[in-house]
Write a protein that binds this ligand. Sequence first.
Ligand SMILES: [Fe+2]
Length: 255
Amino acid sequence: MAIHTISRTEFHDLVYNNTAAFMAAIEANEGYIVKNYYPREKCIALREQVLEINAHSDPSWHPCLDGVPDYHRINDEYPKSWVKARTHTYYFHHFNNTAIVDDFRDIFEIKNYLAGEPKTAHITNQPSDGLISRVLVVQYPRGGGYLAEHADPNSKFALIQTLIQMSDYGEDYKTGGLYIRPDEAAPPVMIDPLAEMGDLMVLSPGVAHGVSPVDAEQSIDWNSRDGRWIILPLILRSDYNMDVNTKPKQLSDQQ
Ligand SMILES: [Fe+2]
C-alpha cells in the first residue's frame, strides 16, 4: 500500500496519458496526494464564505429535486444516515452557485473522462436530468466530528474519490481525521498528516475508510471556525434517480 505525493501536472498527466496504470494503482488501494491543487487563499476564502452562511441562515435539509437550494445541514448522528457521522455540511450546485462549482471543473472533468463521458457532462445539470454535480464543504468540528468506517460502491462516476484538504492538520485540529484500512487485519493508515491545506487526496472509493473523531477530548461547538474542513466535488444521482446500491455502506460502528 502506497500513498504517492505528486504535483498537479504529474497527476493530470497520469490520469489522461497513463489511465490504465493510474486506475490499476487506485484499484490496488494506492492513493495520491496532489500538492497545492486548490490555492490556500481560496481554501481560506471558501471557509469564510461558508462561515458567513452559517452565521446568517439556519441549518436545513432538502431533497435533491428541481429547485433544490444551496443549504447547510448539521448531522449529529442522525439515525437514518447511510453512514453514522457528526458533521456540518454545506451543499453547492452549479444552478445556484456557478462560481464555486466551476472552481472544481478540473475534478469533474477527470471524473467524466474516467466514466467515458464528454469532459463537461453533467456539470450544469438539473436534478431532473438524473445526475448532478455538487460541491460539498464539510466541517468535522473539534469535540468529536467523525464519519464511521465505510466503503463507497464504485459507480461509473465515482471510480475515484477526491477530497481537498481545507484545513491545517496540527493547527485547526490536532488528532483524528481521515484514515484508510486497506487490510482488515492491519492498523489504519492516517492520511491527514500527509496532506496540507489545498492538497487533493485521491483514493479508491472501495477501500475501507472513515474519519476518526477530531480532537475528541474537547467539547463540541457547531459554530466554531476550526476543526477539520474538506471539499468534496461529486457527481451523483438525484432523488429522481435514487438507487440504494450506489449509497455508501457502513462497515462498523468504529469511529
Ligand atoms: Fe466515503
